[in-house]
Design a protein around this ligand. Structure first.
Ligand code: NAP
Length: 211
C-alpha cells in the first residue's frame, strides 16, 4: 500500500535564513521520514512588531538561495503572497487543499514560537490538522512546555497539540546575532550559506538598526 505523503512545513521569518534553520530541516526530514520539507517564509509574522524585519521578497529569495542545492527542500510563496498576518492555520488549510490526498503535516519551527501556540489563531483546529516539531537550542529547558500539557481540568481547551522536540546544536546560530554582526561589521561567514551572505552584502541589508 502507498505510504501517505508526509510533509514538513518549515515555518519562520528567516530574517535571514542560516545554517541552524537548514540543519533543523534536514534533521526533521531524516528523523520523521518526511517526503519533503517546504520552507514557508512568513509574510507578516503574527506576533512580531520587529522593525528589523526586511521585505518578505528579500527573505523569500534568500531562502531560495539557501535551499537550492537540496533536492528535498522547496520554498513556498503562500504566506508572502497572502494579505494580512501569516497565520499557521490558514497555511495548513491551504496545503491540505493543494495536496488533496491523505497527507500528514509536521509544522517545524523554533521551540520559543511553539511555546506560544495556545495563543495562535484557531489553535485547537490547528492541533487536529498537523503535528508540531519544536526545534531547541542546546541547553533549552523543556520545563516551559509543561503549561501546554497542564491546562486545568475545567479549561474548555481540551485538545492538546502533538509536539515533538528536536535538539539542534546548530541552532546556537541565530538570525538576531547575524543581524547584529552585520551592523557591527563583524564576520558572518560560516554562519549562513555564502550565497545568502553575498545577497545581503549586494543589497546592503541589515546595516541599520531599523529598516
Ligand atoms: P520567532 O519568534 O522569530 O522565533 C522564535 C525562536 O525560534 C527564535 O529563536 C528563532 O531563531 C527560532 N526559529 C524560528 N523559526 C525557526 C525554524 N523554522 N527552525 C528553527 N528555529 C526557528 O518566530 P517567528 O519566526 O515569528 O514564528 C515562527 C513560525 O511560527 C512562523 O511560521 C510563524 O508564522 C508561526 N507563528 C504562527 C502564529 C499564528 O498562527 N498565530 C503565531 C506566531 C508564530 P531565529 O531568529 O534564528 O530564526
Amino acid at each position: 500500500m502507498k505510504k501517505p505523503l508526509t510533509l514538513g512545513i518549515m515555518g519562520g521569518t528567516f530574517n535571514p535564513i542560516h545554517y541552524g534553520h537548514l540543519v533543523t530541516a534536514e534533521e526533521a526530514f531524516y528523523q520523521f521520514n518526511l517526503d519533503k520539507v517546504i520552507f514557508m517564509p512568513a509574510g507578516q509574522p503574527p506576533h512580531k512588531k520587529d522593525k528589523e524585519i526586511i521585505s518578505a521578497e528579500n527573505r523569500y529569495l534568500m531562502t531560495v538561495i539557501a535551499t537550492a542545492s537540496n533536492p528535498h527542500f522547496t520554498v513556498s510563496r503562500l504566506e508572502i503572497e497572502r494579505k494580512g498576518p501569516s497565520y499557521a492555520i490558514d497555511t495548513v488549510r491551504e496545503l491540505r487543499r493543494i495536496y488533496k490526498e491523505d497527507v500528514t503535516l509536521y509544522f517545524i519551527t523554533g521551540a520559543d514560537a511553539i511555546l506560544e501556540i495556545l495563543t495562535w489563531k484557531d489553535s485547537e483546529k490547528l492541533y487536529e490538522l498537523c503535528h508540531f516539531i519544536a526545534a531547541t537550542r542546546p541547553g533549552y529547558s523543556l520545563e516551559r512546555f509543561r503549561k501546554l500539557h497542564l491546562l486545568p481540568e475545567n479549561d474548555s481547551r481540551k485538545k492538546k497539540p502533538s509536539v515533538f522536540f528536536m535538539e539542534v546544536p546548530a541552532l546556537a546560530i541565530s538570525s538576531t546575532d547575524i543581524r547584529k554582526r552585520i551592523r557591527e561589521g563583524r564576520p558572518i561567514k560560516y554562519l549562513l550559506p555564502d550565497g545568502v551572505a553575498s545577497y545581503i552584502f549586494k543589497y546592503g541589508l541589515y546595516k541599520k538598526a531599523s529598516l
